[in-house]
Design a protein around this ligand. Structure first.
Ligand SMILES: [Zn+2]
Length: 333
């Protein structure tokens, strides 16, 4: 199957339902469709019911569609709309708002909002290995996302700035009123980022993340925040003092800071009002685009990114209830 190269070509290509089914099936089941209810050999070789566009299992006799067990499950939205939407999310540098998607696809804005959240879930990647394996340094940093200082009432702004300096200097409660903390790590060898929302920026929280994500003994670069002051016990830790200098030879955090500026541009420009509850998904989306961006050594294009994303749609589900916080998530990571 020749995957299209541009959004326009993708919309045209995926205007045929059977083409969409074939594309999703090929990515999900490269060795042929499998029954979601059966195990082992029994799940193999279901037959395709052409008129119903569904498979039927030879063993349990149940029917299933290509959407089963994926982010598309139970969705009345056709794949002819889902696939161009996926294309847009993984390729539009600054993200896609629900208003844009609503206009582009002719679905309601509420539907578009829900679709985007499911698509972000597809973009989320499980971390399978520790960073720093290649021997190169890992940059670690945290940032705050949320209401802008400029729009704040003066008294709140003063309180804010006080807290900000405290957070950078003292191991206090580690919270920041009205803002959500996001922590990020960048493996400089692999040029890959991991980032997630953290409950606070206390030492135990941030160092716990570094321990979880980075190989013991790796080089770790941070700024001089005291939250990182014990890392030298497990890592080759070096810091850069941002007040005096931004770069100390190889020791800097410019890579992860570049990621923060991309994330903030997306959040401010496209997703004007993001609730803290949903922030993790926007972070996942930005991480996907960053980790699959074109570089000199790895010239990925829009088509490649779309294929990567499509390969990740299975094994993930997100219901409207889960999305609006009324029930726990079912996805295992
Ligand atoms: Zn079966």
């Amino acid at each position: 199957m020749e995957i299209p190269k541009t959004l326009q070509a993708a919309i045209q290509f995926f205007s045929n339902e059977q083409v969409c089914i074939d594309a999703v099936a090929m990515m999900r089941w490269p060795d042929g469709a499998e029954c979601p209810d059966c195990r082992g050999e029994q799940k193999k070789n279901p037959y395709y019911l052409k008129t119903q566009k569904r498979w039927k299992c030879r063993y349990c006799r149940r029917q299933f569609s290509v959407k089963v067990g994926s982010i598309f499950e139970d969705s009345p939205i056709t794949l002819q709309k889902w696939l161009p939407a996926l294309w847009m999310v993984c390729n539009c540098k600054n993200g896609v708002s629900s208003h844009e998607l609503h206009r582009a696809l002719g679905v309601t804005q509420k539907t578009a909002w829900f679709m985007l959240h499911r698509l972000r879930l597809a973009l989320r990647n499980k971390s399978l290995f520790k960073m720093g394996q290649g021997g190169g340094p890992v940059e670690v940093d945290e940032t705050f996302v949320g209401g802008r200082v400029g729009n704040m009432h003066k008294s709140r702004r003063v309180e804010y700035q006080r807290l900000r300096s405290e957070i950078r200097n003292v191991d206090a409660s580690g919270k920041y009123p009205g803002k959500t903390a996001v922590m990020g790590l960048l493996d400089r060898d692999l040029r890959q980022v991991r980032a997630k929302v953290v409950p606070n920026v206390r030492r135990d929280t941030l160092q716990g993340e570094v321990l979880r994500e980075v190989k013991y003994g790796s080089k770790v670069y941070t700024d001089e925040a005291p939250a990182y002051d014990l890392l030298h016990n497990r890592f080759v830790h070096d810091m850069v003092n941002h007040v005096e200098e931004y770069v100390k030879g190889q020791v800097h955090t410019n890579g992860i800071e570049n990621f923060w500026s991309l994330l903030k541009r997306t959040l401010k420009g496209t997703y004007v009002a993001v609730e803290p509850f949903h922030l993790d998904r926007y972070v996942d989306e930005q991480v996907f685009r960053f980790n699959n961006r074109a570089t000199k050594d790895n010239p990925l294009n829009d088509s490649d990114r779309f294929v990567c994303a499509l390969a990740q749609v299975a094994g993930k589900r997100l219901t409207y209830k889960e999305l609006t916080g009324k029930a726990g998530e079912t996805t295992p990571f």
